[in-house]
Ligand binder design. Sequence first.
Ligand code: BGC
Length: 759
Amino acid sequence: MDLNRFPRATNMLSMNLIIFVVFGASMSSAASAQSDSLQKAPWRNVALSPDQRAALLIKEMTIDEKISLLHGTGLKDLSPVSPLAVGTNGGAGYVVGIPRLGIPAIQMSDAAYGVRDSGKNGRYSTALPANVAAAASWDVVAAFQYGALIGRELRAQGYNMSLGGGVNITREPRNGRTFEYLGEDPILAGTLVAWLIRGTQAQHVIGDIKHYALNDQESGRNAVNVNIDKRSARESDLLAFEIGVSEGNPAGVMCSYNRVDGDYACENKYLLTDVLKKDWNFKGFVLSDWQGAHSTVKASAAGLDHEEPGEIFYGEAMKDAVQSGRVSTAELDDHVHRILRSMFACGVFDDPPQKSVVDVATGFEVARKIAEHSIVLLRNERLGEKEAQLPLDASRIKSIAVIGAHSDVGMISGGGSAQVDPPGGNAIMPPGQGRTVWGVPDWFPTSPLRTIRAKAPGAAVTFDPGTDNAAAAAVAKTADVAIVFATQWESEGMDLDSLTLPLHQDELIEAVAAANPHTIVVLETGSPVTMPWAGKVSAILEAWYAGSQGAEALANIIFGVVNPSAKLPITFPMSDADLPHRSIVKPPRESTTEGETDAWKRIAGGLPVFQTTYDEGLKVGYKWYDAEKKQVLFPFGYGLSYTTYSYSNLRVTPSAVPEGKVRLNFTVTNTGNRAGEEIAEVYAALPGAAGEPPKRLVGWSKVKLNPAESKDVLVEVDRKYLSIFNVERNAWELIPGEYGFMAGGSSQSLPLKESVSLK
Ligand code: BGC
């Protein structure tokens, strides 16, 4: 090429271009040669096991490369931020990859009920109904679909690790994260989280289970020490994790902020090594909750594999510890091995995420269906000789008053790191001003007023904001029915003071109910609430935080397009006074960091500890009310349908082999005139010598039945679910004796009973 034909400046530019093109070409051929040789590297062989592949790869790694996998790159306000953080995809965690060896970066995102931070990152995420709502479906297939949808949306947004999988059981229903968890029963919660994790990991996204363990209150979570006896811990909170880990096989376990029995969960040898890695044979890696790591040598020896979000303890400090022999190379390699084998096992090497447009239509469809299976019908009265209040007959109803809770524009969602951003912003804010803000409730643009109007085109549907009780009552009085919406907002970082509905909503409901006997209450809550008005309204629906398509699902239930089938995964008590503890133990001033700048420094160093004692032990949820003989408002496992069911013909067959499952057969019949789906529940009463609460859930089955149809149901019960945890022997043990088996439609409606002797 004749460069003299061009003016000088252009010549220089052209020269640069030529150099770039030539050099770039040789670079790219070098890069492609390197990528070819990486493709042929022995650890790329998919015929080898994840452990074999990880072992081959570790041999090639320098100490710096190994350590780079043991921590994140920092997050503003939680730790110093490394310059390497530029490669983040915008999620809560980012671990740099190692291009020399073809190791991909780990891009982590919170994803409790959908992918977090899509607003900040200019993307879209579907909000599924909150986790507690999904638990109300008792549906393992739906749990898989829930996890799978999250996995697909994570991938579409460029993430390869989920930080979902919350399964702390509801020991304390005022815990502000109750909506992120799966209810009060360890077998129900553990089984559902396992299926959720399977769904996510099937999309080749690394799954997670959290917050391990006993993180049952948010107040003072970085300073609180939980006291509980080992047997109670193993049979309640830890059992949910045990089932989740052994059946769901998550690659990640996030250890929690709190201390347990003196040690922080993230440096607690009993929890991380003795129980998780030894007893449960967990092969994946333990990552700290964000700023939940507090040491290098102690945490490493206890079993913490990875620090998030930064590298206060697992960066240079870890290198020093390895080089000075305080952490052995074998221990370092074990941490690295666990991370790499998880990446191989989940497919993030072989099938990395491809950014694409999130499938909004499928997201809506899945969200709606799950919501339809999670809205619980708690009350449905007949007034006089009339048929039950619900479903409403769209062809006959003339007028409906829709009242309260911004139900003209949307439905509320759960906050904190679980928050999914509403498309278009917070629906109760002016357009363009609804950015998600920590501590401010977000409404999703799913409007009950609109869906109710669409379902009842012949009715006059009026809206009242519910801000003035007298005005709301006046609107209600003139309508055929009044539908009052009430919310209780929850978020990470706070607990509820009480289960009373906030903002005087009880008074609003009382006023409306006094004006119109046909009052339907729709609750949008993350925890149980008390209902002093329960006997005065004609119907109650618990819609939880219903997600992107909440209003569509709700209208389908209200107008009978869908027959409700969900059942409570949490007891609704009569009052706060009936809970095991009068109130949540609050931290002393010096154990909190509220509003402090650089709070992470004090947290990392360790805040003054304060105590909470779970002396109710095994008696969590319904086990407490059963044992204490306390009447409840709505029991665990309870939920109505538009049809009715009967139970008959129970047969219990202990297995012929000692380790075999106990088989229960019984018949469920649809005795009403609508097709429906019944969750048939099985409980067991252990022999007196076991020293257990009166009964525990041991299995269930969802049965679809047409009117007058009967089906024989089989529930097989794992012997572990009939056992107690023997602390001396560190093992599950079946106590020989008489076992009472009960089957029915809720924990307090168990018409079938049979005892068998087991040994
Ligand atoms: C929460 C975790 C979350 C993490 C990252 C923490 O504050 O407890 O559940 O995954 O932040 O956002």
